[in-house]
Design a protein around this ligand. Structure first.
Ligand code: ATP
Ligand code: VIB
Length: 271
């Protein structure tokens, strides 16, 4: 099997000396500006760092009821500002889904602001997140897809069937788009097999805890560097070993496996 270097440098980091902002980490030699962040907001708790990521993202998409979260929660974080001003500052580009959860007044509000609203109520077989990812995939030229990082806010915690569906989206698009599910406590992404993954972490923001969990099938061989408990051609499977409660020991973690692996890091956000 050919081992390719795959861009999994999706991880957030902050504490950048220039601006102390959460930023997306570039790969050495990459042009930082060439990474385009896309945010998808779900209908679950938005992390407190949402406004920071918002300012760095080029495209902001609400999955159906995610628009209610934006409408309701953002003004609460800026109590000195007029809610209308906050909603103008944090105006989504697109709202997409089956639109059974967005409240009528929220839909009307954003519609009057000129937000594109896409009704896919005819499709009851895919989730609102899936619908949003299809929209993003289809509006980005193939050549640019490697430079996109899709951050899903509110993607972890909450109802387990939603979490499972979100992980299924990671799986479905694993080789097409880099997607990271985020909550205030964790990040989660999927590392497809057949690549040497070089993951840049920022330990001022991520860790110390992290984990690697096979998804879809057991791994007969996984090898890592940069962790406290590294794997060395080690099998992993539910029912025997999976790597949870591991610890980051380096700013760069490498992973090579014959199976798809979920990669998760703890997130520590101190406003
Ligand atoms: N309680 C929850 N916990 C975790 N994620 C959620 C929860 N509710 C919604 N989401 C996420 O936000 C997205 C949009 O939410 P929305 O409420 O519009 O979905 P929905 O399809 O109407 O959900 P439901 O299954 O409740 O009818 C969902 O597709 C899911 O990814
Ligand atoms: C086998 C099967 N299980 C569940 C659903 C229901 N479902 C899955 S995604 C979705 C849309 C949610 O916005 C709904 C209703 C289905 N269609 N097929």
């Amino acid at each position: 099997m050919t081992m390719m270097q795959h861009n999994t440098d999706h991880v957030l980091f902050y504490g950048d000396s220039r601006n102390n902002m959460i930023r997306s980490k570039k790969k050495d030699g990459d042009d930082d500006d060439s990474i385009m962040l896309v945010l998808v907001l779900l209908n679950y708790h938005l992390p407190r760092f949402t406004p920071i990521l918002w300012d760095q993202a080029s495209l902001h998409v609400c999955a159906d009821g995610g628009a209610n979260r934006l409408y309701d929660e953002l003004p609460l974080w800026f109590p000195d500002d007029d809610p209308a001003d906050v909603r103008q500052r944090y105006k989504p580009d697109v709202i997409k889904g089956d639109l059974d959860s967005i409240r009528p007044e929220v839909k009307e509000y954003y519609s009057e602001m000129g937000v594109k609203i896409i009704d896919e109520s005819h499709d009851q077989d895919t989730t609102d997140l899936h619908k949003c990812v299809i929209f993003i995939r289809d509006c980005v030229p193939d050549l640019d897809k490697n430079h996109i990082k899709l951050l899903v806010l509110g993607g972890l915690g909450g109802r387990f069937d939603h979490e499972a569906a979100n992980i299924n989206v990671l799986y479905t698009f694993a080789t097409v788009l880099r997607i990271v599910l985020l909550s205030e406590e964790s990040s989660l992404t999927l590392l497809p097999s057949g690549y040497l993954h070089e993951i840049h972490v920022n330990r001022s923001f991520e860790g110390p805890h992290c984990g690697l969990v096979p998804l879809g099938a057991p791994s007969t061989s996984t090898t890592t560097t940069g962790l406290h408990w590294n794997l060395d051609d080690t099998p992993m499977a539910f029912g025997s070993l999976i790597s949870t409660c591991n610890l980051l020991e380096s700013d760069i973690v490498t992973v090579r496996s014959d199976a798809y692996l979920l990669w998760t890091t703890e997130i520590r956000y101190e406003p």
